[in-house]
Design a protein around this ligand. Structure first.
Ligand code: GLC
Ligand code: CA
Length: 536
């Protein structure tokens, strides 16, 4: 990539769930040394950054999203030396490291919380959100936990309740306390000084809650989850957050080429966009695309909207998968067939924005099924059988056909998908027709063409509801992408005129049927073509 390119903008970011990537010491849990082992693989895949789900010490009530010490590495993953090594080895390969910062809440095992609950005069008492029972006795207000039940947990010793948006073992910090705020900002500097290239902020728009703890109004209509029966006016997205976002950005701007992306919680695309900008976060996540139906129209709409919200001033990103969502392969593909996944990847890697990939997406890993007793995710345990939780998308990476897919020599913390003997990295590396080979080729194409990795996007009117068509352009280069979301053969008439001499540079899903005749592009079921204009 040339020097005027920015890794996080023109490149690709790959999320690793460290627990499930590669175990090197046989304890059944992935570790940092395991990630180092596979950096060559990731370099060959063609990614520019890795986002690591949390690696700080955690009692694992929410698998790392309950942090008990912000200044070191969880021993099950390694230590600070291992982390240094990971950063150095990644940097040697032009791969950047993004850390997950979970600063809305801590673990209840964190020393600060332990102190906080000792007495109301303890210097840490005010670091968390303690409230008296309401005068009639009972809960301080009607706020609920996203993970189920009330958001208030009673503490016998203090005779007070503390607030938790997530599990009761994840008490929310009191960001209105100046010591909390400055400690949190120091955590950014601490890891930046260690050479970290960026951060993903966990549920950052939740840091502040209404200072008067007003009741949330109820919402009309029927909702399976009681949590959804309220307008979350007062327990999330408070205006005070914008200032913190600016402080965070100012810290990052003191270091070269750093990046911060925010997970906006319970917010629509337009609200998520308000936190992004020159003096704010570099990027935020959008769920409209992730949760879109499988149709050209629905994806086109989500892309157009998110893209327009960013305009020239900001740069969108897109993700299909993460550690909280059922994999897109499970949602969209039929059986073990990957043709739909190739179509989606062709879109994902050619829209304007940074594509995020989630480990295993490149080989089409599917969610595992779990019985009630196998569920480890606290959310799945609470909501089962209405919702089985998030373990399905967190199963061990499938490296090869050996026992446990080469993930561990011990007993994996979560079972491997039963398709691993066929669906694994080793097999797919040796097959030119595999999904993995497809990703590698397409990623290389994306890297070669400024229109794809840096250009603007214009959605074109399509003559058929199953076709999604857009043009990307940059530096005098124009690329046309035509995607067929339908089950039947489609013909697309290419735009004509003196600047429209199209050459087909990439086709997918049945290269024999995909072809051009005169100015028509013929595409089989789920076929697609990428064309370049040779006339300028
Ligand atoms: C975010 C994380 C999720 C976690 C929650 C609480 O949504 O992505 O995994 O459970 O925050 O930290
Ligand atoms: Ca291990």
């Amino acid at each position: 990539m040339t020097n005027n390119k920015l890794w996080w903008k023109n490149g690709i970011i790959y999320q690793i769930y460290p627990r499930s990537f590669q175990d090197t010491n046989g304890d059944g849990i992935g570790d940092l040394a395991g990630i180092v082992q596979h950096l060559d693989y990731l370099q060959e895949l063609g990614i520019d950054g890795i986002w690591l789900s949390p690696i700080m010490p955690s009692p694992d009530v929410d698998f790392g999203y309950d942090v008990s010490d912000y200044h070191t590495i969880d021993p099950k993953f390694g230590n600070l030396q291992d982390f240094d090594r990971l950063i150095n080895e990644a940097h040697k390969r032009d791969i950047h490291i993004i850390m997950d910062l979970v600063l809305n809440h801590t673990s209840d095992q964190h020393r600060w919380f332990q102190e906080s609950r000792k007495s109301v005069t303890n210097p840490y008492h005010d670091w968390y959100l303690w409230r008296d029972p309401n005068p009639q006795g009972g809960l301080p207000n009607n706020w609920l936990s996203h993970f189920g039940g009330t958001a208030w947990e009673y503490d016998e010793t203090l005779g007070k309740y503390y607030y938790h948006m997530f599990n009761k073992h994840q008490p929310d910090l009191n960001w209105r306390n100046p010591d909390v705020r400055s400690m949190m900002l120091d955590i950014f500097r601490y890891w930046l000084d260690k050479g970290v290239d960026g951060f993903r902020l966990d549920v950052f728009n939740n840091y502040y809650k209404d200072k008067d703890f007003r009741d949330n109004p109820t919402r009309k209509g029927f909702n399976i989850r009681k949590f959804d029966s309220f307008e979350h006016l007062y327990d999330t997205s408070q205006p005070e957050m914008i200032d913190v976002v600016k402080d965070i950005r100012a810290i990052l701007d003191q270091y070269p080429e750093r990046y911060v992306v925010g997970e906006t919680f319970m917010a629509d695309s337009a609200h998520a966009r308000t936190y992004i900008g020159e003096d704010r976060l570099h990027a935020g996540f959008d769920y409209a695309y992730t949760h879109s139906n499988f149709s050209a129209k629905a994806f086109g709409k989500a892309i157009q909207y998110w893209d327009a919200l960013h305009g020239e001033e900001a740069w969108p990103n897109y993700f299909f998968n993460n550690h909280d969502t059922e994999r897109s392969s499970t949602r969209f593909a039929k059986g073990e067939d990957d043709s739909i996944l190739k179509l989606l990847a062709a879109m994902h890697l050619t829209v304007r924005g940074t594509p995020y990939l989630y480990y295993g997406e490149e080989i089409g890993m599917r969610d595992i099924s779990l019985t009630r007793s196998q569920i480890q995710d606290p959310v799945g345990r609470y909501y089962w059988p209405f919702y089985i939780g998030r373990d399905g998308c967190r199963s061990p990476m499938q490296w090869n056909a050996q026992e446990n897919a080469g993930f561990t020599a011990g007993k994996p913390w979560l079972h491997v998908h039963k398709n691993y003997k066929v669906r694994n990295v080793a097999n797919q590396s040796n097959s030119p027709a595999s999904l993995l080979s497809f990703y590698k080729q397409l990623i290389q194409l994306r890297r070669q063409h400024p229109a794809l990795n840096a250009g603007s996007i214009k959605l074109l009117e399509a003559p058929d509801k199953d076709l999604l068509v857009y043009e990307r352009s940059a530096e005098g280069e124009r690329i046309l992408v035509v995607l067929n979301f339908g089950k039947s053969i489609k013909t697309y008439q290419l735009p004509t005129g003196e600047f429209n001499q199209w050459e087909l540079i990439f086709v997918g899903n049945d290269a024999i049927t995909s072809h051009m005749s005169e100015n028509n592009l013929h595409l089989p079921a789920y076929g697609f073509g990428i064309l370049i204009s040779r006339s300028e």
